[in-house]
Write a protein that binds this ligand. Sequence first.
Ligand SMILES: CC(=O)N[C@H](C=O)[C@@H](O)[C@H](O)[C@H](O)COP(=O)(O)O
Length: 226
Amino acid sequence: MSTGILESLRGGLIVSCQAYPGEPLRDPAILRQLALAVVEGGAVAVRLEGLTTVRFAAEVVDVPIIGIVKEGRGPVVITPTVDRALELARAGADIVAVDGTRRSRPDGLGLREVVERLHGEAGVLVMADCGSLQDALAAEAAGADLLGTTLAGYSGERALTRGPDLELVRELASECGSPIVAEGRIRTPHEAQAALLAGAFAVCVGTAITHPASITRDFVDGLQAG
Ligand SMILES: CC(=O)N[C@H](C=O)[C@@H](O)[C@H](O)[C@H](O)COP(=O)(O)O
C-alpha cells in the first residue's frame, strides 16, 4: 500500500495548496476545490495545511494527500507535535509531513519517535521537511520515508536562494538513499524539470501555482519594471 503511494509520486508534480492566516482563500472548502483543480491538471499528490482542509479534501481527492499543520511561534512550526501528526493521519492524510530539522520540538520528542508512532499507530508515510544535508541524513536514520528540501533557506543552515536550492537537491540525491522531494521556490516548469534532473524523486510547487496574490504581484512588478 505505502509502496504504491510512493511509486505513484515518482517523477511527478506535487502541488501545495495553502492560504495563509487572514487571506481570502483560507477556507477548507475553497482549498478542497483548489486541490481538485490541480489534480485535474495532473498533480500526482497535493500538500494541504490544516485538519479540516485535509478532512474535506480526503473525501473527494483521488491522489495521495500530504498533510501538515502549521502552528506555534517557531522555530519549529510544520507539524510540530506528534499529537497533531496523528490527527492529520486520522483526518485522511496518506503522508504526514513534519519538521525534519534537528531543532528541538515543542513536545520534546525526537524525530525517530515521531516517525515510529506515525508508522505504528497510523500506518502513514512520513515526509521530513529538511533544511540541510545534515537534517536529511538524520531524518533518514530516524526512518522518514521521504526527504523534502522544504526548509532550505528557512532554518538558518542554507542561504535563501532566489530559485530552488538545486545544490541541496543534488547533495541529498547523492548522499541519501530515500526519495527526495524538491520543494521551495520552484517557479517555472523549467525549474521543476531541473529539480528532477538534479536527482529529485518528485517536485513540489506551491506559490507559483496556488498563491494568486504572489503571482499577481509578480505581474504588477513586471509592469512597473517595464
Ligand atoms: C517554508 C515553508 O513554510 N513552506 C511551506 C510548507 O508547507 C509552504 O509555505 C510553501 O508554500 C511550500 O513549501 C511550497 O513551497 P513554494 O511555495 O516556495 O513553492
